[in-house]
Design a protein around this ligand. Structure first.
Ligand code: SAH
Ligand code: SF4
Length: 380
């Protein structure tokens, strides 16, 4: 719950007005700083209040259905959210932890599946089951910290990965898991508010990045209301190709998308917008397209992130050859942009970009055929 909602909630269960501020601060500290799993742990909170809280609330985490560790240290969790009724088995979502020397990045999901179907993305083959609620987004971070033993003064649970270089294990959050965050705007906004609360999880707003396929009407208020960093899944430099790769482009074409980027609140040379570009062999990886990309981004505070395509069962795409990716990157670099190539992480456990897909809904059998048709159309 956002802080204000927690205050209302406590009022609703009879906590007197003059205590509200103190109780909110106490609960917030126990939950987000200390990682409390039960109200009874909260020793400075009156016993009578423990009982009242226990009657109507819980700190239980979503169930961990699976935990996998890649040979590069990447971790993937499949989480099952509590059932919402007799016919709901509980939605499953994935989140991925990527340790690096100077940071630990948690890639979180914002929806179960995705209503958009970018043709190169595994998640797009899963029918949307539903939006995640704000708490279900925050819970992904809390579970990761549980499993990483990332709470001061707590003994890490058995089997947890504990880095030995000190510091926070989860320092960065990227909304790059399952789903389109800007199609679940309010919940994503509220979750970011909780994640970046200075007395709670304490993540820096600059280290929270929301990636969108280009839901133009929501971009401005994302910047205004959350202060999060923005990433755009661009992937093509002209509308006909982007219409095929990222079909939401038919609704919000490249020119409109870039206008929203130019106007993004808080973007500056120091706070650049990331443009993601997936490298698809023979589809969008020519050097002419690299030059077109540079031209397109003129006047935008941009950095470019080249993502080697991660294959998944049934896809019709292939990753560009490494030499081609390097040449593409060089063109961009020569034009004055940093163009890091994102090292694929966790491929062996299907944890890499675009590989996430829970079993809630099986892949549609006709997907491949449809994509081939679309591509043929796009090529005309
Ligand atoms: N829906 C949002 C965020 C989730 S996808 C979006 O589309 O931006 C996160 C990133 O992974 C996006 O840039 C997406 O285009 C990219 N991606 C999807 N499938 C991929 C794949 N198979 N290989 C590499 N990157 C992929
Ligand atoms: Fe959805 Fe993003 Fe995948 Fe497109 S790339 S289908 S918007 S998750």
């Amino acid at each position: 719950m956002p802080r204000a909602a927690l205050a209302d909630f406590l009022r609703g269960i009879g906590v007197p007005d003059k205590e509200i501020r103190m109780r909110v601060a106490q609960l917030w500290h126990w939950i987000y700083v200390r990682g409390a799993r039960e109200f009874a742990e909260m020793t400075n909170v009156a016993r009578a209040l423990h009982a009242r809280l226990d009657a109507v609330a819980t700190l239980a985490r979503p169930e961990i259905v699976r935990e996998q560790v890649s040979n590069d240290g990447t971790r993937k969790w499949v989480l099952r959210m509590p059932s919402k009724g007799p016919h709901d088995r509980g939605a499953e979502v994935e989140c991925v932890y990527i340790p690096e020397r100077d940071r630990g990045t948690l890639c979180v999901s914002s929806q179960v599946g995705c209503t958009l179907n970018c043709s190169f993305c595994h998640t797009g083959t899963q029918k949307l089951v539903r939006n995640l609620e704000a708490w279900e987004i925050v819970a992904q971070v809390v579970v990761a910290r549980d499993r990483l033993g990332d709470y001061p003064g707590r003994t890490p649970p058995e089997g947890a990965f504990v880095p030995d270089d000190g510091g926070r294990f989860v320092s960065n959050i990227v909304f790059m898991g399952m789903g389109e965050p800007l199609y679940n705007y309010e919940n994503v906004r509220d979750a970011i508010g909780v994640l970046t609360d200075p007395e709670g999880l304490q993540l820096s707003k600059r280290r929270v990045t929301v990636s969108t396929s280009g839901v133009v009407p929501e971009i401005h208020r994302l910047g205004e209301e959350t202060g999060a960093a923005l990433a755009i899944s661009l992937h093509a430099t002209n509308d006909p190709l982007r219409d095929v790769l990222v079909p939401i482009n038919k609704k919000y074409p490249i020119a409109e998308l870039l206008k929203a980027c130019r106007d993004y609140p808080g973007a500056s040379n120091a706070r650049r917008i990331t443009f993601e570009y997936v490298m698809l062999k023979g589809v969008n990886d020519s050097l002419a397209e690299a030059r077109a990309l540079v031209k397109l981004l003129r006047g935008v505070h941009a950095k470019i992130n080249l993502i080697p395509f991660n294959p998944w069962p049934g896809t019709i795409y292939e990753c560009s050859d490494w030499a081609q990716i390097e040449q593409f990157s060089e063109v961009i670099f020569d034009a004055g942009y940093a163009s890091p190539i994102r090292t694929p992480r966790g491929r062996d456990i299907l944890a890499a970009c675009g590989q996430l897909k829970s079993d809630t809904e099986k892949m549609r059998a006709r997907a491949r055929l449809m994509l081939e048709e679309q591509l043929a159309l796009g090529a005309d």
